[in-house]
Design a protein around this ligand. Sequence first.
Ligand code: GAP
Length: 514
Amino acid sequence: MAQQEDVFKKLVSHCKEYGFVFPSSEIYDGLAAVYDYGQLGVELKNNIKKYWWDSMTLMHENIVGIDSAIFMHPTIWKASGHVDAFNDPLIDNRDSKKRYRADVLIEEQLAKYEEKMNKEVEKAAKRFGEAFDEAQFRATNGRVLEYQAKWDALHQRFSDAMNAMDLEALKQIILDENIVCPISGTRNWTDVRQFNLMFSTEMGSTADGAMKIYLRPETAQGIFVNYLNVQKTGRMKLPFGIAQIGKAFRNEIVARQFIFRMREFEQMEMQFFVKPGTELEWFEKWKETRLKWHKALGLGDEKYRYHDHEKLAHYANAATDIEFQMPFGFKEVEGIHSRTNFDLSNHEKYSGKSIKYFDPESNESYVPYVIETSIGVDRTFLSILAGCFEEEKLENGETRVVLHLPACLAPVKLAVLPLVKKDGLPEKAREIMDDLKFNFKCQYDEKDSIGKRYRRQDAIGTPFCVTIDHETLNDNCVTLRNRDTMQQERIAIADLKDYISKAVSMTELLKKQR
Ligand code: GAP
């Protein structure tokens, strides 16, 4: 684990050093849990968004996109339940004056029991070697059973308290489990209170009577309130989906782990409208489709898992997360929710307007049910970087830092490197750049030795480098170097465009999901 934390620290500084992610407002000492994407970060982020957008809107004839405003009528958040129910239970430690999410403190305690069980298993596996039967050991070992019983009891109490949102019960669990503040080390806790996560601001001048409005905590509501506009103008028939990418804002209490939990972040959400009664079937289909999308990235199938929700959000009748193995453990990257007709029927109720769908096949009108897929751009960005970052030991004893990004997501696709800064090589290199820059992102670099330039490109994940040498002037060929294999081959300049275009195309990634 310590090693993983070390990797995470290196990843965070790598992001800063190479222009992927900067702390926001850095010269003013930063703003907690807010980050800016740098020159390479924005390219990677845009490519991730394109991968998602094309997977939704190109690969599904019945999914279209929209881009709704961040500002929306405040009653929308009343109807959606966010004004009353979008809360986190928080608790303060009186000695350290630090604020925590009560549910997170308890989840961490559950994780401690799991860790203890895993340690026992690891020790035994070492002792018994090949003959070790993990399932049998877990079912019979006294210590493991003891921890499992503690985990089960705590888990039951925790689920009950969360489902009933019983704040006193949550506090009592924290006291009974002897959970201490990691800063002060004391159990001097306040009561647990509810804390609404929405940011608010005012619209209009005070003289006119300013209206309190919210910065949207999810992009989904912009889709719900436009669903009938899109259905009618796009002549859409159920089932159909609406996709959207945009910023969302949450006043997170526990904002940490870099871009994993931010106060301003970006979501890619798709609401899929279906006939009532078919929603659980569609829920299963979307669970599968979305996992395929993640796995196609090639970061390792074993790094993903589903986590079914026990405590359902106020709008859902089934929900699961797709979790990715981050350097700090398996964490949610995407949520898939069966949202019933909760949102649409509430918008009907609060707006007083009918938003029923007329089904031409059955000749009836009804409010559709909704399956939602909701993925964070920033968490996907982090999962991809974490999955691609490697400090690779080379045969010559040196280490290179390399980002094995899928070629179509890499911020720069091709580095164009004249071997030396003279003899007409830079001019030839510029000629190649000028020809290829219309097709993909190229970077020209003539500074330092060729080895150093390769390392710089490895560190930002550039899949290909071409070197222009003296021979190039005679034979119109260049040396093409592959980032992952480090193999070099001679290739005619005339063939470069086709070769690289094919290798960096997103089509193959999209086809993997069929
Ligand atoms: N519309 C449903 C919804 O918003 P959610 O599970 O609260 O569901 C969906 O959020 C996704 O948005 C998460 O899986 C995560 O990737 C991303 N997300 C949520 N809160 C975030 C935060 N504070 N920082 C970064 N990403 C966040």
